[in-house]
Write a protein of this length. Structure first.
Length: 147
């Protein structure tokens, strides 16, 4: 089974093409945040003073960088910067919130991809997990260097 292809096809169905957020992408990221906020009081607290329109844009960019991390098996300046700003000395996003983040993402995919099935869930997990592990790893590393 080609999990990269399954992921790519699902990604196009739920987010669409192009640099800007498409209508599908707007719906997907809005639904993701609804699910994410419903999942945890701590998550809601972390975002209580956040410009959500801007945050959805950051999220899409972050998702692209997680995909890049998976494909290249290497970090980049943007992902390293996110890891730094999300560590315990900055935004203080503890590792367990990434598990909630991934589950919310998977639930949004399940709701919005009309071809959703178990293999697609696994494909999304396979692609997103390496970057999430990278973020978790750097949580307690205050000396993370930006490239």
């Amino acid at each position: 089974m080609n999990f990269e292809l399954l992921f790519e096809e699902s990604f196009q169905r739920v987010i669409g093409h192009g640099v800007g957020i498409t209508n599908k992408g707007q719906q997907f990221f809005a639904r993701f945040y609804e699910i994410f906020f419903e999942a945890s009081d701590e998550v809601r607290e972390k975002f209580c003073h956040t410009d959500m329109e801007m945050q959805r844009s950051f999220l899409k960019k972050g998702v692209y960088h997680l995909i890049s991390f998976y494909l290249l098996r290497s970090d980049n300046d943007y992902l390293s910067s996110i890891a730094l700003t999300h560590n315990q000395n900055h935004y203080d996003i503890p590792p367990e919130l990434y598990d909630i983040w991934l589950e919310a993402l998977l639930k949004a995919v399940a709701e919005l991809d009309p071809e959703y099935r178990d293999e697609l869930r696994l494909a999304w997990q396979i692609v997103m997990t390496p970057g999430i592990l990278f973020m978790k790893y750097h949580y307690a590393m205050p000396g993370l260097k930006q490239h």
